[in-house]
Write a protein that binds this ligand. Structure first.
Ligand code: ADP
Length: 294
């Protein structure tokens, strides 16, 4: 393909001023129609994505937010899994409601350095379904950014619904300082295949893939301790290598981790014996923090 026929979108670095196609290209035209970035005072926005549901995306979001806040960072956790918002349950704050002050949403404070906004706080019953079209989701996401009193944040961790839908696009367009996305997968092919799509999606919208996490990677038999690869192993690392993005590590299946989620106590803050699963999740979070903070 000659230089003249190269599609701008093939080489686009989102910087129109340094692009030979200038503002004449289709992408530049589209970008000029984009909504302005939301007025949130945040240093880094981190998106947590997965190709499939049930692979541990919300578990990673909650533990990552806690790991960052334990390091003294001011952290917001935004649950955009609009159709299945589980973050409040995982943090033991599902009875809370969002309050408004001076027409601004006030996030629910979990600790001095961790606050949460979730669609779950707006539902009349925890099992009420949300039946919304794309435009309504977009409005809600804009309000969760623009009309919410987050204060000054070091991080906003965003838990997205599985797949590559409206919510991911909206937040990528509206949020300022998006640092990149973390992809959570389980090891087996049916999950890694969808995760590959999620990686391509993130790259296509011009964001950095901060890394891949393989969750539910093996299970230590509680009777004999033997490691059983329920869902296989190595799939996460394989797709990370294939896409040349960091592999952040594997987290095994642990009954205590499931209980921690159900009981509203993030696994990473558990006291007492440091089990192999705790060490694994802690290492994954440390690696992610060092990728993000550089
Ligand atoms: P997703 O957000 O991808 O739908 P969740 O984080 O809600 O997935 O996890 C689904 C279920 O699996 C939850 O009950 C959670 O506590 C549990 N879970 C996640 N990771 C693990 C793990 N490594 N070991 C045991 N249970 C896990």
């Amino acid at each position: 393909m000659s230089e003249n026929t190269t599609k701008p979108s093939d080489t686009c670095d989102s910087n129109c001023s340094s692009c030979p196609h200038g503002t004449t290209c289709e992408d530049a035209e589209k970008r000029s129609n984009l909504p302005p970035k939301a007025a949130v005072d945040v240093r880094h926005v981190i998106l947590v994505l997965s190709g499939k549901g049930g692979v541990g995306k919300s578990t990673v979001s909650v533990n990552l937010a806690y790991a960052l806040s334990n390091k003294g960072r001011q952290v917001g956790l935004l649950d955009l899994d609009i159709h299945g918002p589980n973050i409040p349950k995982m943090l033991g704050i599902e009875q809370h409601q969002l309050l408004a002050e001076d027409n601004k949403i006030v996030p629910v404070r979990v600790t001095g350095s961790l606050q949460v906004v979730s669609m779950a706080f707006l539902l009349p019953q925890p099992d009420s379904p949300v039946i919304w079209r794309g435009a309504m989701k977009n409005t809600a996401i804009s309000q969760f950014l623009n009309e919410t009193r987050w204060g000054s944040l070091d991080y906003l961790v965003v838990d997205l619904p599985p797949g590559t839908g409206d919510e991911a696009l909206s937040i990528a367009q509206l949020a300022p300082n998006v640092r990149g996305a973390v992809i959570v997968t389980t090891p087996q092919d049916v999950s890694t295949l969808d995760s590959t799509k999620a990686i391509s999606f993130v790259e296509k919208i011009g964001l950095e893939v901060l890394g891949v996490i393989e969750n539910m990677s093996g299970f230590a038999c509680p009777h004999c301790g033997e490691m059983i690869d329920l869902f296989g192993s190595g799939g996460g690392e394989r797709i990370a290598k294939a896409h040349n993005v960091p592999f952040l590590g594997s987290i095994p299946i642990d009954i205590e981790m499931r209980k921690a989620g159900d009981e509203g106590r993030p696994f990473i803050i558990r006291k007492g014996e440091k089990t192999p699963s705790w060490i694994a999740i802690n290492e994954v979070m440390e690696r992610l923090v060092s990728v993000v903070e550089g």
